[in-house]
Design a protein around this ligand. Structure first.
Ligand code: 4AD
Ligand code: MG
Length: 477
């Protein structure tokens, strides 16, 4: 049974030729017009049914959500809104969908409602568009790195080390939760656990990527990442996908150049390859913006926003400069920030990041040279002894999209840092080895894939850009 995708059919010259398509019914109007979609494109094919030619019982089963195979002649469309249509000669019902119980009806559903129907929401225009863009972005990521001499590297998902030192990890164990073995100190005895030690799901593949960069030169990871932080925000997931390039012989400037070029390249890729979906998502966003108060509306349509990122340089600012700007800012003086900025050393919250990007600079910002105290142990210490070669990229509407750094390549400095933070050397003996044998300047960063998809699609909540989101109290499906 040969069929053709709707995407292909829509660009085929209509010559009365017989075609067969499969898909799901979007709408069935006037017992005559079936709008069919198979997921290959945002556009539907209109199939015109002469109801006198078909059995009434069969027609009754054609309702939104039903899966059909349709055969007919491809002709120039008589109506407006489409170039071609199918004059239906045969209909086969793969499976019907009862309108009384099928939840995805042709009307506006709230995002919250659709989250509860995450197994069906991809049949809506919005989610199919988002997921096609997501897929294209993932391909663009692999393409960019492959074109630029990187090797794709798979870091382990089960790990014995806590890369970020934040301790927000999901434990992996086969011990009996009700009756675990106990050691002489009364603690759970992980020696009897599957791996003979405590293990967790990874929060980052960076440390392992560093090992591989010191042999392959330029590597990147692109895989699932897990964080057990209890953050119920529109920007956090407990399971997300992270892209982590790591490059030997790159300093922080080269790292920033790469991150900026990379983001611009993948966004250009989706503009070139997903224009139909982006145009649909742009309209969706405009409609959504209309429901917001004037002051909160974004003044740039989605595609212009993506082009703006591609065409403009990211503004590079030190943490110290940013603190000065924030300290003297209107919201800080008027006590509008939830976390007022008083002194150097304060950790930046998303309200501060968004002020810098959306109000002050009005463009993406790369903040660098952060205080050592608020950043991870592996970042390279600057000559001043108090800042590290860290960089975060901040995006409008998103806040932090990238976190990265030049790594501490000096064995003695790294050891001192670990001692100060009570990180046992035995745990990271292999990481220290990298500084003993052929150490070199090296850098890398991590980009949260869902935050990138969020930006590219103009969606408002990170739960709507990953197929089945995992968040606190939610692991349905
Ligand atoms: O800033 P983070 O924690 O950096 C690291 O993990 C480094 N090891 C990366 C590196 O240098 N190789 O996380 C990197 C990015 C963030 O900027 C953000 O985009 C995303 O990962 N991210 C999350 N995305 C969704 N949900 C969460 N809970 C996230 N936490 C971080
Ligand atoms: Mg970060």
């Amino acid at each position: 049974m040969k069929s053709i995708s709707i995407k292909e059919i829509l660009s085929t010259e209509p010559k009365q030729q017989e075609v067969t398509v499969n898909g799901w019914v979007k709408t069935f109007r006037s017992n005559r017009f079936v709008a069919l979609n198979d997921g290959s494109t945002i556009h539907n094919i209109q199939c015109v049914v002469d109801f006198e030619d078909f059995d009434e019982e069969l027609l009754k089963q054609i309702a939104t959500g039903a899966a059909l195979r349709i055969t007919g002649a491809l002709v120039e469309s008589q109506g407006k809104g489409q170039r071609v249509e199918i004059q239906v000669s045969k209909i086969f019902i793969h499976g019907s969908a009862d309108p009384e119980s099928y939840p995805i009806q042709p009307k506006k559903h709230s995002m919250e409602f659709l989250r509860e129907k995450a197994h069906l929401r991809v049949r809506t225009n919005t989610f199919s568009a988002v997921m096609r863009v997501r897929s294209a972005l993932a391909f663009a990521v692999h393409k960019y790195f492959t074109d630029n001499g990187f090797y794709y590297f798979q870091a382990p998902i089960i790990t014995g080390s806590d890369a970020e030192g934040a301790g927000e990890m999901f434990r992996v164990t086969t011990l009996d939760g009700k009756n675990p073995p106990i050691d002489e100190n009364g603690a759970i005895n992980h020696k009897e656990d599957f791996f003979g030690k405590e293990t967790n799901l990874t929060v980052s593949g960076q440390l392992e990527a560093e090992a591989y960069a010191m042999g392959l030169g330029k590597v990147y990871t692109f895989g699932p990442t897990f964080r057990a932080e209890n953050s119920n925000t529109s920007r956090h997931l407990a399971e997300f996908w992270m892209i982590e390039p790591e490059m030997a012989f790159f300093d922080l400037d080269a790292n920033m150049d790469l991150a900026e070029d990379f983001i611009k390249a993948v966004l250009s890729y989706v503009i070139e390859n997903c224009l139909d979906d982006l145009e649909f998502l742009e309209k969706r966003l405009l409609d959504e913006e209309k429901t917001k108060p004037q002051a909160e509306r974004s003044d740039m349509p989605l595609i212009d926003k993506l082009k703006f990122i591609i065409d403009n340089n990211f503004k590079r600012v030190t943490y110290t400069e940013a603190i000065d700007i924030l300290r003297n800012s209107k919201p800080n003086k008027k006590k509008k920030f939830k976390y007022p900025i008083n002194e150097w050393g304060a950790d930046l919250q998303s309200e501060h990041e968004r002020y810098l990007v959306e109000k002050h600079f009005k463009c993406p910002v790369i903040l660098f040279d952060y205080p050592a105290k608020i950043k991870a142990f592996y970042m390279r210490l600057n000559e001043d002894g108090k800042t590290v070669r860290a960089m975060d990229i901040l995006f409008p509407g998103i806040g932090e999209i990238v976190g990265g750094s030049q790594r501490e390549e000096r064995l003695d400095v790294l050891k001192e840092k670990m001692a100060a933070l009570d990180i046992p050397e035995e745990e990271l003996w292999w990481y220290l080895d990298l500084r003993k044998f052929g150490t070199a300047v090296h850098s890398g960063f991590g980009l949260g894939f869902e935050r990138l998809v969020l930006f590219a699609t103009g969606m408002g909540n990170i739960r709507d850009v990953i197929p089945f989101p995992r968040t606190p109290q939610n692991a349905e499906f």
